[in-house]
Ligand binder design. Structure first.
Ligand code: DX5
Ligand code: ZN
Length: 222
């Protein structure tokens, strides 16, 4: 399976969101990554339900909703109703992660768990079989455009080892600082879903930037 690309609309132009979503619809992207920040779990606030519903209205691809919020259980159904196809919660924000994961699955969504850069992959060993996706944060969550943290490769190695036995079909997603320079190395290390915000939307040709992330070998050959 080729890796999936999930452009993050956090870096889109919110005054032209429909235009940017139509660009994603026509591109080689697989999912639309939707970053929800509450100003509590992370220092920043992004956007809420009306923007997710508007995104759903115009996006033809699966909505990959990343909740950087405290007490995510309170809002799972509301995000499903707003259009989420996958919901990822943070390990660090959940007291009863098993219950939260079951609740996401009962809503019919892909269930994901995100790990902050300091959270070791081994903490997932008793839940990994229940998950559809693990998101490894390769920056501290809260802002786009940050520098990629190199320890991500080690975490991918650990997650690959854990998933090999317990959940070989797991989506292994990396989020933060992904660009055309590190994508091949991330895929080689085991990532199969890659989020990209600034490297797509700050490009002069965002659609071509998505193609380069999806098919990095073509870029190397040209
Ligand atoms: C960061 C968000 C990311 C962000 C990535 O907290 O979770 O999804 O949009 O942005 P870039 O690709 O610019 O690092
Ligand atoms: Zn994200």
């Amino acid at each position: 399976m080729n890796h999936l690309i999930a452009p993050s609309i956090l870096a889109a132009d919110f005054a032209n969101l429909q235009r940017d979503l139509e660009m994603i619809n026509k591109s080689d992207a697989d999912w639309v990554h939707v970053d929800i920040m509450d100003g509590m779990f992370v220092p920043n606030i992004s956007f809420g339900f009306p923007v997710v519903s508007a995104t759903k209205k115009h996006a033809t691809k699966s909505l990959d909703v990343h909740l950087m919020i405290v007490e995510p259980d309170r809002y799972l159904k509301a995000f499903k109703d707003a259009g989420a196809d996958g919901i990822t919660v943070h390990y660090e924000a959940c007291q009863h992660l098993h219950r939260t994961v079951q609740a996401i699955k009962e809503l019919g969504c892909r269930a994901g768990v995100a790990l902050n850069p300091h959270t070791p992959v081994t903490l997932l060993q008793d839940i990994i079989a229940d998950l559809d996706l693990v998101l490894i944060m390769s920056v501290n969550p809260g802002f786009g455009g940050q520098k990629f943290i190199d320890n991500t490769y080690k975490k991918l190695h650990d997650l690959k080892a854990l998933s090999r036995d317990k959940n070989p079909n797991l989506f292994i997603e990396v989020d933060g600082g992904v660009d055309q320079h590190n994508i091949q190395k991330l895929v080689d290390a085991g990532a199969n879903a890659l989020v990209a915000g600034s490297s797509v939307f700050s490009s002069a040709d965002p659609s071509a930037a998505i193609s380069h992330l999806k098919y990095p070998e073509k870029l190397l050959q040209s």
